[in-house]
Design a protein around this ligand. Structure first.
Ligand SMILES: Cc1ncc(COP(=O)(O)O)c(C=O)c1O
Length: 388
Protein backbone atom coordinates (compact mmCIF):
# COMPACT_ATOMS: atom_id res chain seq x y z
CA UNK A 1 0.00 0.00 0.00
CA UNK A 2 1.28 3.43 -0.90
CA UNK A 3 0.12 5.35 2.13
CA UNK A 4 0.76 9.07 2.09
CA UNK A 5 0.07 11.55 4.85
CA UNK A 6 -2.30 14.39 4.12
CA UNK A 7 -0.51 17.66 3.40
CA UNK A 8 -1.84 19.15 6.62
CA UNK A 9 0.38 16.83 8.63
CA UNK A 10 3.10 16.10 6.11
CA UNK A 11 3.96 19.82 6.00
CA UNK A 12 4.13 20.25 9.77
CA UNK A 13 7.46 20.83 11.46
CA UNK A 14 8.15 18.11 14.07
CA UNK A 15 6.35 18.85 17.34
CA UNK A 16 8.68 21.00 19.41
CA UNK A 17 9.28 18.53 22.19
CA UNK A 18 9.72 15.58 19.83
CA UNK A 19 12.90 17.14 18.47
CA UNK A 20 14.18 18.00 21.95
CA UNK A 21 13.38 14.50 23.20
CA UNK A 22 15.42 12.92 20.40
CA UNK A 23 18.47 15.03 21.27
CA UNK A 24 18.04 14.36 24.96
CA UNK A 25 17.82 10.61 24.47
CA UNK A 26 20.93 10.66 22.34
CA UNK A 27 22.82 12.38 25.17
CA UNK A 28 21.37 10.06 27.82
CA UNK A 29 22.50 7.06 25.80
CA UNK A 30 25.99 8.53 26.05
CA UNK A 31 25.66 8.42 29.84
CA UNK A 32 25.20 12.18 30.39
CA UNK A 33 23.21 13.20 33.49
CA UNK A 34 20.57 15.34 31.80
CA UNK A 35 18.79 18.12 33.69
CA UNK A 36 15.71 18.72 31.63
CA UNK A 37 14.11 22.11 32.21
CA UNK A 38 12.20 22.17 28.94
CA UNK A 39 8.62 21.00 29.46
CA UNK A 40 6.03 22.81 31.59
CA UNK A 41 4.74 19.75 33.40
CA UNK A 42 4.64 20.20 37.20
CA UNK A 43 6.55 17.68 39.31
CA UNK A 44 4.32 18.50 42.30
CA UNK A 45 1.64 15.84 42.82
CA UNK A 46 -2.03 16.66 42.50
CA UNK A 47 -3.38 17.68 45.95
CA UNK A 48 -4.69 14.65 47.91
CA UNK A 49 -8.26 15.94 48.34
CA UNK A 50 -8.61 15.97 44.53
CA UNK A 51 -7.16 12.47 44.20
CA UNK A 52 -9.58 11.23 46.89
CA UNK A 53 -12.53 12.78 45.03
CA UNK A 54 -11.45 10.94 41.87
CA UNK A 55 -11.18 7.63 43.74
CA UNK A 56 -14.71 7.95 45.10
CA UNK A 57 -16.14 9.02 41.75
CA UNK A 58 -14.33 6.26 39.86
CA UNK A 59 -16.12 3.67 42.00
CA UNK A 60 -19.56 4.94 41.02
CA UNK A 61 -20.86 2.96 37.99
CA UNK A 62 -22.85 6.01 36.91
CA UNK A 63 -19.54 7.56 35.97
CA UNK A 64 -18.54 4.62 33.80
CA UNK A 65 -20.90 5.59 31.02
CA UNK A 66 -20.48 8.16 28.25
CA UNK A 67 -20.29 11.66 29.67
CA UNK A 68 -22.18 14.53 28.04
CA UNK A 69 -20.03 16.39 25.54
CA UNK A 70 -20.60 19.79 27.21
CA UNK A 71 -19.67 18.51 30.68
CA UNK A 72 -21.61 17.70 33.84
CA UNK A 73 -23.81 20.56 34.92
CA UNK A 74 -22.20 20.31 38.37
CA UNK A 75 -18.78 20.86 36.77
CA UNK A 76 -20.00 23.83 34.74
CA UNK A 77 -21.63 25.29 37.86
CA UNK A 78 -18.36 24.89 39.76
CA UNK A 79 -16.60 26.74 36.93
CA UNK A 80 -19.13 29.54 36.99
CA UNK A 81 -18.95 29.82 40.81
CA UNK A 82 -15.16 29.95 40.60
CA UNK A 83 -15.23 32.68 37.94
CA UNK A 84 -17.55 34.74 40.14
CA UNK A 85 -15.37 34.26 43.21
CA UNK A 86 -12.02 34.67 41.52
CA UNK A 87 -12.72 37.27 38.80
CA UNK A 88 -16.13 38.74 39.67
CA UNK A 89 -17.40 37.46 36.29
CA UNK A 90 -20.94 36.00 36.09
CA UNK A 91 -21.37 33.10 33.68
CA UNK A 92 -24.42 31.07 32.78
CA UNK A 93 -23.23 27.49 33.37
CA UNK A 94 -25.70 26.16 30.80
CA UNK A 95 -24.70 28.31 27.85
CA UNK A 96 -21.42 30.06 28.63
CA UNK A 97 -19.30 27.17 29.89
CA UNK A 98 -18.10 24.00 28.19
CA UNK A 99 -15.88 21.31 29.73
CA UNK A 100 -12.76 20.37 27.78
CA UNK A 101 -10.49 17.34 27.73
CA UNK A 102 -7.68 19.70 28.72
CA UNK A 103 -7.56 23.22 27.32
CA UNK A 104 -5.34 22.02 24.46
CA UNK A 105 -8.31 20.08 23.11
CA UNK A 106 -10.53 23.17 23.10
CA UNK A 107 -7.84 25.37 21.60
CA UNK A 108 -7.17 22.86 18.84
CA UNK A 109 -10.86 22.49 17.98
CA UNK A 110 -11.89 26.14 18.09
CA UNK A 111 -10.62 27.13 14.61
CA UNK A 112 -12.77 24.35 13.11
CA UNK A 113 -15.80 26.25 14.32
CA UNK A 114 -14.81 29.72 13.09
CA UNK A 115 -12.30 29.45 10.26
CA UNK A 116 -13.24 28.70 6.68
CA UNK A 117 -10.56 27.74 4.15
CA UNK A 118 -8.45 30.80 3.34
CA UNK A 119 -9.53 32.82 6.40
CA UNK A 120 -6.79 34.32 8.51
CA UNK A 121 -6.26 33.31 12.12
CA UNK A 122 -4.07 35.63 14.17
CA UNK A 123 -1.86 34.31 16.92
CA UNK A 124 0.93 35.71 19.03
CA UNK A 125 4.50 34.58 18.35
CA UNK A 126 6.38 33.29 20.30
CA UNK A 127 3.48 31.22 21.53
CA UNK A 128 1.92 27.87 22.27
CA UNK A 129 2.49 25.92 19.04
CA UNK A 130 -1.08 24.59 18.96
CA UNK A 131 -2.44 28.02 17.87
CA UNK A 132 -0.97 28.13 14.33
CA UNK A 133 -1.28 24.38 13.83
CA UNK A 134 -4.97 24.34 14.66
CA UNK A 135 -5.60 27.32 12.38
CA UNK A 136 -3.98 25.52 9.48
CA UNK A 137 -5.74 22.23 10.28
CA UNK A 138 -8.98 24.15 9.77
CA UNK A 139 -7.76 25.31 6.34
CA UNK A 140 -6.96 28.79 7.60
CA UNK A 141 -3.87 30.90 7.17
CA UNK A 142 -2.01 31.50 10.45
CA UNK A 143 -0.65 35.04 10.79
CA UNK A 144 2.00 35.61 13.46
CA UNK A 145 1.69 38.79 15.50
CA UNK A 146 5.09 39.39 17.11
CA UNK A 147 5.61 39.68 20.84
CA UNK A 148 8.60 41.98 21.17
CA UNK A 149 10.59 42.91 24.23
CA UNK A 150 10.20 46.63 23.53
CA UNK A 151 6.41 46.21 23.81
CA UNK A 152 6.60 44.21 27.02
CA UNK A 153 5.87 41.07 24.95
CA UNK A 154 2.36 42.37 24.22
CA UNK A 155 1.13 42.38 20.61
CA UNK A 156 1.12 45.78 18.89
CA UNK A 157 -2.42 45.59 17.53
CA UNK A 158 -2.01 48.84 15.59
CA UNK A 159 0.85 47.29 13.60
CA UNK A 160 -1.31 44.49 12.19
CA UNK A 161 -1.88 45.41 8.52
CA UNK A 162 -5.44 46.55 7.78
CA UNK A 163 -6.02 43.93 5.04
CA UNK A 164 -4.88 41.16 7.42
CA UNK A 165 -7.10 42.32 10.26
CA UNK A 166 -10.08 42.54 7.88
CA UNK A 167 -9.61 38.93 6.77
CA UNK A 168 -9.00 37.57 10.27
CA UNK A 169 -11.72 35.58 12.00
CA UNK A 170 -10.08 34.69 15.27
CA UNK A 171 -7.09 35.74 17.35
CA UNK A 172 -5.32 33.63 19.97
CA UNK A 173 -3.89 35.64 22.84
CA UNK A 174 -2.36 34.25 26.03
CA UNK A 175 -1.62 36.03 29.33
CA UNK A 176 0.10 35.29 31.62
CA UNK A 177 2.13 34.24 28.64
CA UNK A 178 3.87 31.06 27.72
CA UNK A 179 6.77 31.27 26.84
CA UNK A 180 7.66 34.89 27.69
CA UNK A 181 6.03 34.92 31.16
CA UNK A 182 4.74 38.43 30.32
CA UNK A 183 1.53 39.63 31.91
CA UNK A 184 -1.17 41.93 30.54
CA UNK A 185 -3.12 44.69 32.23
CA UNK A 186 -6.38 46.57 31.79
CA UNK A 187 -5.01 48.94 29.13
CA UNK A 188 -4.10 46.08 26.82
CA UNK A 189 -7.33 44.15 27.31
CA UNK A 190 -9.42 47.25 26.58
CA UNK A 191 -7.47 47.82 23.38
CA UNK A 192 -8.00 44.17 22.49
CA UNK A 193 -11.78 44.47 22.88
CA UNK A 194 -11.80 47.57 20.63
CA UNK A 195 -9.69 45.80 18.02
CA UNK A 196 -11.99 42.76 18.07
CA UNK A 197 -15.10 44.93 17.71
CA UNK A 198 -13.59 46.99 14.86
CA UNK A 199 -12.61 43.94 12.79
CA UNK A 200 -15.20 41.43 13.98
CA UNK A 201 -12.59 39.00 15.29
CA UNK A 202 -13.28 36.36 17.93
CA UNK A 203 -10.69 36.68 20.70
CA UNK A 204 -9.61 33.33 22.11
CA UNK A 205 -7.85 34.18 25.34
CA UNK A 206 -5.78 31.37 26.76
CA UNK A 207 -5.71 31.90 30.52
CA UNK A 208 -4.01 28.65 31.57
CA UNK A 209 -1.59 30.44 33.92
CA UNK A 210 -3.73 32.99 35.79
CA UNK A 211 -3.29 31.16 39.09
CA UNK A 212 0.48 30.75 38.98
CA UNK A 213 1.48 34.26 40.03
CA UNK A 214 3.89 35.69 42.55
CA UNK A 215 4.18 38.26 45.31
CA UNK A 216 0.44 38.81 45.62
CA UNK A 217 -0.08 39.58 41.93
CA UNK A 218 -3.48 38.35 40.70
CA UNK A 219 -3.76 38.17 36.91
CA UNK A 220 -7.16 39.11 35.55
CA UNK A 221 -9.54 37.31 33.24
CA UNK A 222 -10.11 38.82 29.80
CA UNK A 223 -13.82 38.52 30.55
CA UNK A 224 -13.55 41.08 33.34
CA UNK A 225 -13.38 43.87 30.76
CA UNK A 226 -16.37 45.70 29.26
CA UNK A 227 -17.43 44.19 25.97
CA UNK A 228 -15.11 41.15 26.25
CA UNK A 229 -17.95 38.67 26.44
CA UNK A 230 -19.37 40.02 23.16
CA UNK A 231 -16.10 39.32 21.35
CA UNK A 232 -14.37 36.51 23.13
CA UNK A 233 -13.93 33.28 24.94
CA UNK A 234 -11.38 32.22 27.49
CA UNK A 235 -9.67 28.87 27.87
CA UNK A 236 -8.77 27.59 31.27
CA UNK A 237 -6.98 24.58 32.51
CA UNK A 238 -6.87 22.67 35.75
CA UNK A 239 -3.48 21.33 34.65
CA UNK A 240 -1.28 24.11 35.95
CA UNK A 241 -3.32 25.45 38.86
CA UNK A 242 -3.82 22.06 40.50
CA UNK A 243 -0.87 20.10 39.06
CA UNK A 244 -3.26 17.95 37.04
CA UNK A 245 -1.62 17.83 33.62
CA UNK A 246 -2.20 14.10 33.23
CA UNK A 247 -5.87 14.25 34.12
CA UNK A 248 -6.96 16.11 30.97
CA UNK A 249 -9.52 18.55 32.22
CA UNK A 250 -10.10 22.18 31.34
CA UNK A 251 -12.89 24.44 30.16
CA UNK A 252 -13.83 27.30 27.87
CA UNK A 253 -16.11 30.15 28.93
CA UNK A 254 -17.56 33.32 27.47
CA UNK A 255 -19.48 34.28 24.36
CA UNK A 256 -22.53 32.03 24.07
CA UNK A 257 -22.44 31.65 20.30
CA UNK A 258 -18.73 30.88 20.33
CA UNK A 259 -19.10 28.32 23.13
CA UNK A 260 -21.99 26.81 21.17
CA UNK A 261 -19.81 26.59 18.04
CA UNK A 262 -17.02 24.85 19.90
CA UNK A 263 -19.60 22.54 21.50
CA UNK A 264 -20.94 21.64 18.06
CA UNK A 265 -17.47 20.60 16.90
CA UNK A 266 -16.99 18.58 20.08
CA UNK A 267 -20.25 16.66 19.68
CA UNK A 268 -18.89 15.45 16.35
CA UNK A 269 -15.39 14.61 17.53
CA UNK A 270 -15.23 13.56 21.17
CA UNK A 271 -17.53 12.34 23.89
CA UNK A 272 -16.47 14.58 26.73
CA UNK A 273 -14.15 14.22 29.70
CA UNK A 274 -14.41 11.20 32.04
CA UNK A 275 -17.09 12.12 34.57
CA UNK A 276 -15.02 11.02 37.56
CA UNK A 277 -12.33 13.48 36.48
CA UNK A 278 -14.95 16.22 36.17
CA UNK A 279 -16.17 15.42 39.70
CA UNK A 280 -12.59 15.67 40.96
CA UNK A 281 -12.42 18.98 39.06
CA UNK A 282 -15.45 20.21 41.01
CA UNK A 283 -13.58 19.41 44.23
CA UNK A 284 -10.50 21.27 42.92
CA UNK A 285 -12.45 24.40 41.96
CA UNK A 286 -14.60 24.49 45.11
CA UNK A 287 -11.52 24.39 47.34
CA UNK A 288 -9.19 26.09 44.93
CA UNK A 289 -7.12 27.87 47.54
CA UNK A 290 -6.28 24.66 49.40
CA UNK A 291 -2.50 24.38 49.24
CA UNK A 292 -2.23 26.80 46.30
CA UNK A 293 -0.05 29.35 48.15
CA UNK A 294 2.35 26.57 49.18
CA UNK A 295 2.61 25.28 45.63
CA UNK A 296 3.25 28.78 44.30
CA UNK A 297 5.91 29.29 46.94
CA UNK A 298 7.79 26.31 45.55
CA UNK A 299 7.70 27.71 42.00
CA UNK A 300 8.71 31.14 43.29
CA UNK A 301 11.73 29.76 45.13
CA UNK A 302 12.82 27.93 41.98
CA UNK A 303 12.26 31.06 39.89
CA UNK A 304 14.50 33.01 42.24
CA UNK A 305 17.23 30.36 42.20
CA UNK A 306 17.23 30.25 38.41
CA UNK A 307 17.15 34.03 38.04
CA UNK A 308 20.15 34.33 40.36
CA UNK A 309 21.90 31.79 38.13
CA UNK A 310 21.12 33.89 35.07
CA UNK A 311 22.52 36.98 36.84
CA UNK A 312 25.74 35.14 37.58
CA UNK A 313 25.96 33.84 34.02
CA UNK A 314 25.38 37.40 32.73
CA UNK A 315 22.23 36.47 30.79
CA UNK A 316 19.33 38.94 30.50
CA UNK A 317 15.73 38.32 31.56
CA UNK A 318 12.78 40.01 33.24
CA UNK A 319 11.81 38.46 36.54
CA UNK A 320 8.48 36.72 35.91
CA UNK A 321 5.43 37.87 37.86
CA UNK A 322 3.51 34.79 36.74
CA UNK A 323 3.77 31.36 35.05
CA UNK A 324 6.43 28.79 35.90
CA UNK A 325 8.64 29.84 33.02
CA UNK A 326 11.71 32.04 32.79
CA UNK A 327 12.38 33.58 29.36
CA UNK A 328 15.90 34.78 28.91
CA UNK A 329 18.12 36.21 26.19
CA UNK A 330 20.77 33.89 24.74
CA UNK A 331 24.38 35.13 24.55
CA UNK A 332 25.12 37.49 21.67
CA UNK A 333 26.38 35.76 18.55
CA UNK A 334 24.44 32.53 19.11
CA UNK A 335 21.05 31.61 17.70
CA UNK A 336 18.46 30.17 20.09
CA UNK A 337 18.90 26.73 18.59
CA UNK A 338 22.70 26.85 18.66
CA UNK A 339 22.67 28.06 22.25
CA UNK A 340 20.31 25.27 23.35
CA UNK A 341 22.36 22.64 21.52
CA UNK A 342 25.64 23.99 22.97
CA UNK A 343 24.16 24.15 26.47
CA UNK A 344 22.98 20.56 26.19
CA UNK A 345 26.31 19.33 24.88
CA UNK A 346 28.42 21.25 27.39
CA UNK A 347 26.31 21.06 30.54
CA UNK A 348 23.58 18.45 30.00
CA UNK A 349 20.91 21.09 30.64
CA UNK A 350 17.89 21.02 28.36
CA UNK A 351 16.17 24.35 27.70
CA UNK A 352 13.68 25.11 24.97
CA UNK A 353 15.05 27.30 22.18
CA UNK A 354 12.86 30.38 21.74
CA UNK A 355 12.34 29.57 18.05
CA UNK A 356 10.51 26.40 19.11
CA UNK A 357 7.67 28.82 19.88
CA UNK A 358 7.86 30.69 16.57
CA UNK A 359 10.29 32.82 14.60
CA UNK A 360 9.96 35.81 16.95
CA UNK A 361 11.39 33.66 19.71
CA UNK A 362 14.82 34.03 18.10
CA UNK A 363 17.39 35.29 20.57
CA UNK A 364 15.69 33.69 23.57
CA UNK A 365 15.34 30.43 25.44
CA UNK A 366 12.83 29.19 28.01
CA UNK A 367 13.19 27.17 31.14
CA UNK A 368 10.37 25.69 33.15
CA UNK A 369 10.60 25.54 36.94
CA UNK A 370 8.46 22.40 37.12
CA UNK A 371 11.42 20.28 38.17
CA UNK A 372 12.82 19.63 41.63
CA UNK A 373 14.41 22.58 43.43
CA UNK A 374 17.55 20.49 43.92
CA UNK A 375 17.91 19.86 40.18
CA UNK A 376 17.30 23.53 39.39
CA UNK A 377 20.04 24.48 41.85
CA UNK A 378 22.34 21.94 40.18
CA UNK A 379 21.51 23.39 36.77
CA UNK A 380 22.45 26.84 38.04
CA UNK A 381 25.83 25.51 39.22
CA UNK A 382 26.45 23.99 35.80
CA UNK A 383 25.31 27.17 34.05
CA UNK A 384 27.90 29.20 35.95
CA UNK A 385 30.67 26.92 34.66
CA UNK A 386 29.47 27.01 31.06
CA UNK A 387 31.49 28.97 28.49
CA UNK A 388 29.60 30.59 25.65
C1 LIG B 1 -0.31 28.44 26.97
C2 LIG B 1 -0.86 27.08 27.16
N1 LIG B 1 -2.14 26.85 26.88
C3 LIG B 1 -2.68 25.64 27.01
C4 LIG B 1 -1.94 24.58 27.45
C5 LIG B 1 -2.59 23.22 27.53
O1 LIG B 1 -2.90 22.83 28.79
P1 LIG B 1 -3.89 21.61 29.07
O2 LIG B 1 -4.28 21.01 27.77
O3 LIG B 1 -3.12 20.67 29.92
O4 LIG B 1 -5.08 22.21 29.76
C6 LIG B 1 -0.60 24.75 27.76
C7 LIG B 1 0.22 23.60 28.20
O5 LIG B 1 1.41 23.64 28.30
C8 LIG B 1 -0.04 26.04 27.62
O6 LIG B 1 1.23 26.28 27.90
Amino acid sequence: MDLTWAKRIADLPPYLFAEIDAKKNEMRAKGVDIIDLSVGDPDIPTPPHIVEALKRAAEDPQNHRYPSYEGLLSFREAVSDWYKKRFGVELDPKTEVVALIGSKEGIAHTPLAFIDPGDIGLYTDPGYPVYPTSISFAGGVPYAVPLLKENGFLPDLGAIPEEIARKAKIMFVNYPNNPTAAVAGAGFYKELVDFAVKYNILICHDAAYTEIAYEGYKPSSFLEYDGAREVGIEFHSLSKTFDMTGWRIGFAVGNKKAIGGLGKIKTNIDSGAFQAVQIAGVEALKNYETGLADRIKIFQERRDIFCRGLDEAGLSYSKPMATFYVWFGVPAGLSSKDFSAKLLTETGIVVTPGTGFGKYGEGYARVSTTFSTKRIAEAVERLKEAKF
